[in-house]
Design a protein around this ligand. Structure first.
Ligand SMILES: [Zn+2]
Length: 157
């Protein structure tokens, strides 16, 4: 397993169906040719997400298991992460897990959520926000008016 593969296999601690690579926060995995030390660069998602500490520890653990016990995890804030960085695979996994993926943003403007959020279970666009805060700060709680099921929606950013 390469250092890149090891780092890319780390899952998001809050949305465990999706890896940090699919989430788009894994920016770079480089190996210093002189020392062999692995340097991983990540960009935080939502400001203040406590998950970042867990992610840093998980990356170090994954790299140690792949034979790189002295890996360095660095954080870069620019350019800022947006939900547009979530890969197509990541979006499909969210939907399969019953979580509505974030709406695509255009030129930094979030598309009105009421037009964009579809029920991950039945696909109906007839949905409404129940609570701004779902099971974590990164998600909102929504409900489908067609099948009456509540679901988490990853907020667009
Ligand atoms: Zn539904």
């Amino acid at each position: 397993m390469t250092p890149r593969e090891a780092a890319a296999s780390v899952v998001d601690p809050e949305i465990r169906v999706i890896t940090i690579d699919e989430l788009g926060i894994l920016r770079a995995v480089e190996e210093d040719p002189a020392t062999g030390r692995v340097v991983v660069t990540i960009t935080p998602t939502y400001t203040g997400c406590p998950a970042m500490d867990v992610i840093r520890a998980d990356i170090r653990r994954a790299l140690a298991a792949a034979g790189h016990p002295d890996a360095d995890v660095r954080t870069v804030y620019s350019p800022a992460w947006t939900t547009d960085w979530i890969s197509e695979t990541g979006r499909a996994k969210l939907t399969a897990a019953g979580i509505a993926p974030p709406a695509p943003t255009r030129a930094g403007k979030v598309v009105p959520l009421t037009l964009a959020v579809r029920c991950p279970r039945c696909g109906s666009p007839e949905t409404e926000e129940v609570s701004r805060f779902g099971s974590t700060a990164c998600k909102a709680l929504w409900r489908c008016r067609s099948c009456s099921e509540p679901f988490d929606h990853v907020k667009a950013l």
